[in-house]
Design a protein around this ligand. Structure first.
Ligand SMILES: [Zn+2]
Length: 85
């Protein structure tokens, strides 16, 4: 699992469309791991959280195995929109 800190990295991952994105947020009770293609994962959110806010409230991680994210982060769940119910 690797933390994504640059917009170019985020764009490459979204363009490739493989793997998963885990998004952490200190303020939310539940965090989600998404397919990179999930329509809920938007560049404007990445920019706000990582670039503008400097990741102080949360971060983006790329992983090829979503279970890694669930095991690593306590509040992490699979996104119901892109994983289904
Ligand atoms: Zn999703």
């Amino acid at each position: 699992m690797v933390e994504i800190t640059k917009l170019v990295e985020y764009r490459n991952i979204k363009n490739n469309g493989v793997g998963f994105l885990a998004i952490t947020d200190k303020k939310l009770p539940v965090n989600c791991v998404h397919h990179t293609s999930c329509y809920e994962v938007k560049e404007m959110h990445f920019k706000q959280k990582v670039i503008i806010s400097g990741s102080k409230n949360g971060s983006y991680y790329f992983t090829s195995d979503y279970q890694d994210a669930i095991n690593k982060f306590k509040k992490m769940k699979t996104c119901q929109k892109c994983f289904g119910e």
